[in-house]
Write a new protein. Structure first.
Length: 292
């Protein structure tokens, strides 16, 4: 279903005349999400108010076209869902319903939107089974009261079960091999060195010719040979933007081949064909640059 099918043909003035009278600014201002924005003195644009109306209209059209009677969403969508319930009741005189769930957040407590670094996708092309498994290992600390050595067992149980439900149990042996190799190598070296197995890690493949011919534009407009680390971090989904990648590097969270990199102008260059280079963001997120 694509809401553009009914939104694109809309005539704006006709839409306002037909549906605008069913909404009041007073009611929209009373939603908790709007109140919080105003209390924090954060700007609230006309576009955002229109978004509320359009999402309500989506629910109305889904009920008309598909017989949809329940809208499910994150807790931050409660106001928009209620608007759709009210609009459908007023226009079609039908009862529809809404249900919300607590937001999934990143490790720093921020909403996990589609563009957030570390966002968890169900599609294995967007988040590998290994990264999905690691996400659920990290979640245990927030979801349980277990402490001490038992928490490590709880991490593995949760990660195994969640990953098996989505990707099937056959992926677990390779994940465990990669995780064990990374742990053993880090323990032996005291840093994020190249693991024994990188098969299940996110991968950026570059040809030797492409890497040799690459030049990167650095802050200040300077050019440098090679592939900029900030671009590599974004390509491996370890950062959602170049700005975030630079903050990661400057904060000491980036490693290349096990060595910490704090220069945001760092470029990968001079890597021989047939070589894999491990790139890490923090202690648990790893990817591979493969030169072919």
């Amino acid at each position: 279903v694509d809401n553009n099918d009914w939104l694109e043909p809309l005539n704006y003035l006709e839409f306002l005349r037909s549906y605008g009278p069913h909404f009041t600014i007073n009611r929209m201002m009373n939603f908790e999400s709007v109140k919080l924005r105003l209390e924090r003195e954060q700007p609230l644009t006309l576009l955002e108010f229109n978004y509320m109306i359009l999402q309500a209209y989506d629910f109305l059209e889904l009920n008309r076209r598909e017989g949809c009677v329940l809208q499910f969403g994150g807790s931050d969508q409660w106001g928009n869902i209620v608007n759709g319930i009210d609009l459908t009741r007023k226009v079609e005189r039908k009862a529809v319903f809404g249900m919300t769930a607590p937001l999934i957040t990143t490790s720093d407590g921020k909403k996990m939107g589609k563009s957030a670094a570390g966002a968890v996708w169900l599609n294995s092309d967007l988040v590998t089974p290994y990264d999905y498994w690691q996400f659920w290992r990290a979640e245990v600390a927030r979801l349980t009261q277990v402490e001490g050595a038992a928490i490590n067992d709880a991490k593995v149980v949760l990660a195994d079960e969640c990953t098996s439900l989505l990707h099937g149990p056959d992926v677990l042996p390779a994940i465990k091999e990669t995780a064990a190799a990374l742990f053993a190598e880090n323990k032996a070296q005291g840093k994020g060195g190249a693991p024994t197995s990188t098969e299940n890690l996110p991968r950026l493949v570059l040809s030797f010719a492409e890497l040799s011919a690459s030049t990167s534009i650095l802050p200040g407009g300077k050019e440098a040979p090679g592939k900029a680390l900030v671009d590599v971090l974004v390509a491996l989904d370890m950062a959602s933007s170049k700005a975030e990648a630079r903050r990661l590097i400057k904060g000491g969270g980036a490693r290349v081949g096990g060595e910490k990199v704090v220069d945001e102008s760092f470029c990968l260059s001079g890597i021989a064909a047939g070589t894999e280079v491990l790139v890490s963001a923090g202690k648990k997120r790893h990817g591979v640059v493969e030169v072919v």
